[in-house]
Design a protein around this ligand. Sequence first.
Ligand SMILES: [Zn+2]
Ligand SMILES: [Zn+2]
Length: 357
Amino acid sequence: MEQINSPSFLLQRALLPSEDFGLYVASHALDLSLGRTLPVPNAKSHSARPGFAHVSGLQWYSQNIRDLPNVDELMLGHTRYPLFAQFLSEFEKDTLRSHHSSCPVPGITGILGLANSPRTRMSTCHACIRSDIKAQGYAIWRREHLVPAAYVCATHQEPLMTFCDLCEAGHRRMRSNWRLSTKCICGVHSMKPILKTDSIGMELGIRLATMVEKVLIQEVPPSLSSDSITKILVHTFGVQRSRSNTSAQRLLEALRDKCGRDMTDYLGIKKETALRLVGLPTGHGAVRNPMHNLAALYVVSDAMEGFEEKLALATESEAYRFMSENEQSVIANPRKRKKRLSGDDRPETTGPDLKLV
Ligand SMILES: [Zn+2]
Ligand SMILES: [Zn+2]
């Protein structure tokens, strides 16, 4: 990528805390016609416009635009990297870091586990806009509102809004849509909520948004990961000991029960997701989608408080379970095996209804 050492560019206004970097750059690129004069590294050639869903080229911006923080600070403070990274393997995290800091990695949406997720929308909260305008005279796009499938502002507990149907369909071709206002850019229609839902859906949206914010600012237990959530789910919904999908089925039913079937469908949680969440082999590995992991966590615990205690319990029972299985495997005598399994020391971790086979 071409490096420009001098002169460096100075953008009109400072980057604010939690402001989404992709849309910060996009709004400047259009305001200042930089799309033509600034060789924006992640601009798509047909529109010379930077992508906003998963921004790339942070290294270039950091080096060439005055007063911007370094790449790591941009990534941790102004993209959704911390949220995705929490549920990725080390290799996947490296891939995402590389995507953000330099050139776009093809298929990044799939790597982040977003294949079944609602797409990233240009979402905003009207109460946030009003408080922004009061505070600094203009509003910013917040990264926590741009999380795929997010539909509520955690701060104001209000639905997130986007452009009217007409404008949203055409927003990629418009040049004025990066500027934030409570009015739709057409000036004719009202903005619309990302999702219309009932009180159960709002409650879920608030909880998810609150957890998302905590993960973004890293106020979460360091042990939070898709593996640790799986451990807690196995402890709660039982160990899979047969080819039937009992524990996954229980989890899916619990999700539909607590979140509503329509919301489970909206989030893109399917039977296969439930199988992966309880650690069963599907060929697709652990669940990487942050909203799927957090919704599963919401089912077993309303918030993140008590996560470490739950994980400690789950880890303890897993250790016990493995010990029991080893013991069972060396017991060749079927009569002894039968006696042991019917005894009082049967592991509780199999769940109350699950039959051992
Ligand atoms: Zn808000
Ligand atoms: Zn409109």
